[in-house]
Design a protein around this ligand. Structure first.
Ligand SMILES: Cc1ncc(COP(=O)(O)O)c(C=O)c1O
Length: 462
């Protein structure tokens, strides 16, 4: 193994790198990046990498958008900080909330700003509880999420997240958070079950859970349109209409986590439109500012807003908010981002490139290492299988997915292994057709090299 560079050594001596094995990173060191241009980022040796994950599913406009830099600079010069506490306000936050309300897929009354997707979903939970108290329903507080859902890492949002690594030894989930069936047909459908039948079963299992817990104790259901970090799971046909009917039957508030799917990722401004459902409230983050600065939002309906008024009258204030809620520089960058999306028809152009993206992605399904290639819009994943015909996964200890990521990285492509041996791709929305081909050519080569390695290691079933 090559000796660590000065920056790598300083990194491991000073930083806790999130979502990294804290032991092995001490041996390998991190990959240190220096600059970005278009859909490429460059390491400290000047080597380019096609950013096949848009960072963390977020840099929709790529890495060198001057207008966003100018929007930040201008706002920093004018008013670098102002807050929204204690009846204060400012123009960038107002304008951003107006723009979000305008483009919302359902009637939105107000927007609460925060700094991350985790904070947005924490705030959603708090506001649901607050609303139930305002409505005189103090027992209707449980929130249902899904196995493999990803909603963040703070104590409440990590509880909503349905992945073992976010719970194990963190003593989570907290009480009043429940998880229902993961809508992944490839992994969880029964033999011969069609997508529609599986969707009906998911809805029936949600209903059973609500009835078991007592409908008067279940407040909300939270879901991503396409599940991201849990494995890029596209729900089976008819899933959301069936789930929404169950929510409506038991007066369960629907929280739509659009942190990845919002802003064009599925070919529509919001993912819920592409998947045919109308939520009550919406969480947004990531591509809201193309990730140039941290900002997130909770978009709430009028009846929830009325509850905040009722509680404020009772308690004297709405006791929630972050120092940087609606930070003016982040808000100004987000306003500019939304302007660019509209002016440059970013969603429409991305939508035109999506069939090519999906065609190249799905073609990987024929590769001997791949059990399923799945995706929608400009996001996808390949799930590796040791035995294709019966979907047997590889022994996790063999880290076959990590091998694909390492081969891709050596070849100048960033992809990510998530939720087992699942490799995800989610490039910036501005990716061009030739770059889509480059991404999949490199990913194919990484799979081929991994196949050779797996054969040498005798990891494939005979
Ligand atoms: C759907 C979804 N919700 C919430 C989050 C949490 O966002 P953050 O990492 O900004 O806290 C993420 C992050 O990837 C996400 O994908």
């Amino acid at each position: 193994m090559a000796p660590l560079s000065n920056l790598q050594t300083r990194a491991i001596e000073t930083l806790i790198h999130p979502y990294s094995n804290q032991a092995t990173i001490r041996e390998t060191g991190p990959l240190v990046f220096e600059r970005g241009k278009g859909v490429y980022i460059y390491d400290t040796d000047g080597k380019p990498y096609l950013e096949g994950m848009a960072g963390l599913w977020c840099t929709a406009l790529g890495y060198d958008n001057d207008e966003l830099v100018e929007a930040a600079t201008a706002q920093m010069r004018k008013l670098p900080f102002a807050h929204l506490f204690t009846a204060k306000s400012h123009d960038p936050a107002i304008e951003l909330a107006e723009k979000l309300k305008e483009m919302a897929p359902v009637p939105i009354s107000k927007v609460f700003f925060c700094n991350s997707g985790s904070e947005a979903n924490d705030s959603q939970m708090k506001m649901v509880w607050y609303m139930q108290n305002a409505l005189g329903r103090p027992n209707k507080k449980k929130i249902i999420s899904r196995v493999k859902g990803y909603h963040g890492v703070t104590i409440a949002s990590a509880s909503l997240t349905g992945l073992p690594n976010n719970h194990l030894d963190f003593d989570l989930p907290i009480a009043r958070v429940l998880h229902t069936t993961c809508p992944h047909h490839y992994r969880f459908a029964r033999d011969g079950e069609t997508e529609e039948e599986f969707a009906s079963r998911c809805a029936a299992e949600l209903e059973e859970l609500i009835l078991r817990e007592g409908p008067d104790t279940v407040a909300a259901f939270i879901a991503e349109p396409v599940m991201g970090a849990g494995g890029v799971i596209v729900p089976p046909k008819t899933y959301f209409p069936k789930i929404m009917a169950v929510c409506a039957k038991y007066d369960v508030f629907m929280i739509d986590d659009e942190v990845i799917c919002g802003f064009g990722r599925l070919g529509t401004p919001f993912g819920c439109t592409a998947l045919d459902y109308k939520p009550h409230s919406i969480s947004v983050a990531k591509a809201l500012s193309s990730a140039y600065l941290p900002i997130a939002g909770v978009m709430i309906p009028e009846d929830m807003y009325q509850a905040l008024i009722t509680e404020s009258q009772k308690i004297g204030t709405f006791g929630h908010g972050f120092t940087y809620s609606g930070h003016p520089v982040s808000a100004a960058v987000a306003v500019k981002t939304l302007e660019i999306y509209k002016r440059d028809k970013i969603f429409e152009t991305a939508a035109k490139n999506m069939p090519q993206f999906q065609k190249r992605l799905k073609a990987l399904g024929d590769h001997p290492l791949v059990g399923e290639a799945r995706g929608m819009g400009m996001v996808g994943a390949i799930e590796l299988a040791a035995v294709k015909r019966d979907k047997t996964p590889f022994d996790p200890k063999k880290a076959v997915g990590a091998q694909v990521v390492a081969q891709a990285q050596a070849d100048g492509l960033i992809v990510r292994v998530i939720a087992g041996d699942v490799i995800s791709v989610c490039p910036p929305l501005i990716i061009k057709p030739a770059e889509i081909d480059e991404l999949f050519d490199k990913l194919t080569r990484a799979l081929d090299k991994t196949l050779d390695w797996a054969k040498r290691e005798q990891l494939l079933a005979a």
